[in-house]
Write a protein that binds this ligand. Structure first.
Ligand SMILES: Cc1cc2nc3c(=O)[nH]c(=O)nc-3n(C[C@H](O)[C@H](O)[C@H](O)COP(=O)(O)OP(=O)(O)OC[C@H]3O[C@@H](n4cnc5c(N)ncnc54)[C@H](O)[C@@H]3O)c2cc1C
Length: 510
């Protein structure tokens, strides 16, 4: 069904389940529920995968540092989910060798016990010993689904032989494996399109918001026309990520489930740094224990991330202070490689929907996920709190099982080893700027593209990898516009909108 078909169908036919928010958790739940034959509507006020899910560090990982917080369940689950993702979407999620440069031997040993006693304000830098112990656990958690090699621990001389540009002040370098999600945006759209192939009981709409609700009705708004309409689902899944509480308030439910933190990233064109890291991610911490990552993304290098409390998720931008911090951090590990602002081709910032807590240090807030339940009249509202990109499938399964129990339906299919979209035939990812007009028109027809920025920022990696020029944006608007039936005025307006988004949110001035 196309957009208009879905909107018309909603006039006479409310879905059984409404999912609000089409980030990875909303889309993962949509796929699982529709696979069980449940009539489900998924909406997002913006494009699919445009919130936290587009701002992630792109690591399919267990999160070795969460072991220190005693989060063994989370790490075990995420490591196993990482393995499933690498198997189920092999062209979009690849094993990623990850090297930790280590400057100390014994430091950080007290982090975990102090955390346990509630006496840790800020963790100290982790030394070789504690990292070695962590990696032994991490390898052990992989279990039978292992899809990556075990870790290797090098002394200084060996490490400098392997990575000659590394800071000679290191004592060790540990290399272990995680996964890289090359394009979270494409992986999300592939999942969503897989779900819609299940039949007309799977309906999804971008640019539709939840704007109100009372009794047994909720009000939705088509953001393209301003038209509002009511539906009466039996169950609501609030998967609005950092906007969960705002969405609940819209429904008259006063909740405080998330305490969001902001994280930013840069994408750099720096051939020297690209060569120094090779195909490895470098994952390390600064002196107060904050994590920094430098990693290869095609011919570019991505650097992140920060972890700063934020009130309004819509205001998240990568600031000049963060840029200074990232540049300084690269210097700590690769001191003789010059990084400058002119090399930045893209920047992005997003907000983690972390569980609300009074813990002062953002890095210590749990990344685990859980469901909170409220009621709108007789309709249960499940809020999906926390979680990691990596563990979306397990979280979606948990939500689906709870929904099935409420609806009195059996689980018919399992998602654990289910291939995702392009994973099935391992098609190549769309990074090449030399698209044919036919390919763009094909995406326009089948991938629910509404705005030009959907194409340039989320269906392709053109913006992300710094491949856009003003003429290319204009040409893309023409080609996409022809496929979608835009007028000349609309084509111009779409170029204007895209240039504004690129400048405001991504520091890209064309
Ligand atoms: C900086 C950063 C780095 C991260 N790094 C990693 C990593 O490396 N690995 C990892 O596993 N995880 C990582 N994460 C965590 C992970 O990205 C998130 O936990 C996950 O993407 C959350 O997805 P979500 O679907 O819950 O929320 P979101 O992706 O934010 O989706 C929520 C959606 O709800 C929509 N919405 C809001 N209000 C409404 C409304 N009223 N009506 C309709 N729609 C609405 C929004 O438009 C949005 O699209 C990172 C997160 C951040 C921010």
């Amino acid at each position: 069904m196309n957009r208009q078909g879905i909107l018309t169908s909603l006039e006479s036919h409310s879905p059984t389940v409404l999912i609000v928010g089409a980030g990875i958790n909303g889309v993962g739940t949509f796929r699982d529920l529709t696979l069980q034959g449940v009539d489900t509507l998924l909406i997002d006020r913006s494009d699919f995968c445009s919130g936290a899910s587009a701002a992630s560090s792109r690591m399919a990982h267990g999160g070795i540092r969460y072991l220190e917080n005693g989060e063994f369940r989370l790490v075990r689950e995420a490591v196993q989910e990482r393995n499933w993702m690498i198997r189920n979407a092999p062209s979009l999620v690849k094993p990623l060798p990850t090297t930790i440069p280590i400057f100390k031997t014994f430091s950080g040993l007290l982090n975990a016990p102090l955390k346990f006693l509630g006496l840790l304000e800020k963790p100290s830098e982790r030394g070789g010993l504690i990292i070695k112990v962590g990696l032994i656990f991490y390898d052990a958690f992989t279990g039978k689904t292992r899809s990556v090699p075990r870790h290797v621990f090098d002394g200084r001389a060996n490490a400098l032989k392997k990575y000659p540009r590394l800071n000679p002040g290191i004592r060790y370098a540990a290399t272990y494996y995680d996964g890289i999600i090359l394009s979270p945006e494409r992986l999300t759209i592939e999942l969503l399109l897989d779900a819609e192939k299940e039949g007309d009981h799977a309906r999804s709409l971008n640019y539709v918001s939840l704007v109100g609700g009372n009794g047994d009705k909720v009000t939705l708004k088509d953001e393209l026309t301003g038209h509002t309409f009511d539906i009466s689902p039996r169950l609501i899944v609030n998967a609005a990520g950092p906007w969960i509480d705002g969405t609940n308030w819209t429904l008259g439910l006063e909740t405080q489930y998330v305490g969001p933190t902001k994280g930013s990233h840069l994408v750099l064109e720096n051939p020297e740094l690209s060569e120094a890291i090779g195909d490895h991610e470098f994952f390390f911490e600064n002196k107060d224990g904050r994590i920094v990552l430098i990693f290869p993304l095609f011919d570019k290098v991505m650097i992140g991330t920060s972890d700063l409390p934020i009130e309004d998720p819509d205001s998240a931008r990568c600031t000049e202070d963060e840029v200074d911090y990232f540049i300084e951090m690269v210097g700590r590990v690769f001191p003789d490689i010059k990084v400058s602002r002119e090399q930045i081709v893209f920047r992005f910032s997003g907000v983690r929907p972390l569980a609300y807590t009074r813990v002062k240090n953002a890095g210590q807030i749990t990344r685990d996920h859980h469901i909170q339940e409220n009621k709108l009249g007789n309709i249960p509202v499940y809020s999906l709190v926390g979680g990691k990109w990596t563990s979306f499938r397990a979280f979606s399964e948990q939500v689906t099982d709870r929904a099935l129990a409420f609806l009195g339906l059996p689980r018919k299919a399992d998602t654990k080893s289910l291939s995702i979209g392009v994973g099935k035939d391992a098609a190549a990812i769309k990074t090449d700027p030399h698209y044919t007009h036919g390919e763009i028109a094909e995406m326009a027809r089948h991938e629910k593209i509404i705005h030009l920025d959907d194409l340039l920022l989320r269906r392709t990696l053109l913006a992300y990898l710094g491949q856009l020029t003003r003429p290319l944006v204009e040409e893309m608007s023409n080609v996409l516009g022809d496929a979608l039936g835009w007028t000349e005025t609309q084509k111009k307006a779409e170029v204007g909108r895209t240039l504004e988004i690129l400048a405001d949110r991504h520091g890209v001035i064309l």
